[in-house]
Design a protein around this ligand. Sequence first.
Ligand code: SAM
Length: 252
Amino acid sequence: MTDPTEMNDLEDTFESALLRYGMQLDGPLADSLKRYAELMWRFNEQLNLTRHTTWDLYVGRDLRDCLQLAHLIQPDEAVLDLGSGNGVPGIPLAILRPDVEVSLAESVGKRAKVLDELVTELNLSVPVYSSRGEDLLEDFRFTTIVSRAVGSLMKFCRWVEPHWGSFDRLLLVKGPRWVEERAEARHYGVLKNFDLRVIASYPLGLPSEEVAEVATAAAAEGSEGEVGDDTDLSHLEGQGVILQLSRKGRFA
Ligand SMILES: C[S@@+](CC[C@H](N)C(=O)[O-])C[C@H]1O[C@@H](n2cnc3c(N)ncnc32)[C@H](O)[C@@H]1O
């Protein structure tokens, strides 16, 4: 088998990036995920949607986050991607999990319009709301809200606090700085009514045995309980995490 670390110098194609990151996807799924990136990059020429414009970044960052998230959603859930922007994570999630009802919320009208065109081109049955996500919660109910690169933990706590009747949990895709965000949220006392857990932890660089082992241990630790001060994972440079925020006792 090819050593993924020896593939750095290969041409930047979707297929080589999948191989480099050790991702195996069914043919039709891979085709849709590739087509999504190509379409999104075309719109990116007119509108600032993403800085991830190489296959390496798309696969290594965007797809990796989406694959992690896809494992954490139960069948038939209703999921809202809040602050969808370029469509990550909502669009890849809808492709990877056709059994899940995915909706997208984007507050900037021009971006929401592009998202609408993307889901149409990709034949996805995904409603796009040109609206602030938290405002949608006045009228709609979702089981899970997912979000990446939209706001700090503290911001989310404040946005969603008045709307807990409208969803069960929030899954936030975060980088290593989440620990600082947690400290800020604690400092301002906004976490006191919530349970916060790390439900996935994974390396953001190229997979190496050592990092993968640490990541697996960290994920096991995080999935066992609330994230306390003694489970500070900030020493894991370059780790991505998925944080689950829920009402206290909701998933006890
Ligand atoms: C930095 S982009 C992230 C896009 C994408 N989620 C990603 O991970 O690449 C943040 C997007 O969230 C949108 N946004 C910010 N606050 C929002 C809110 N409260 N409701 C809906 N969209 C929001 C912004 O307009 C922007 O398009």
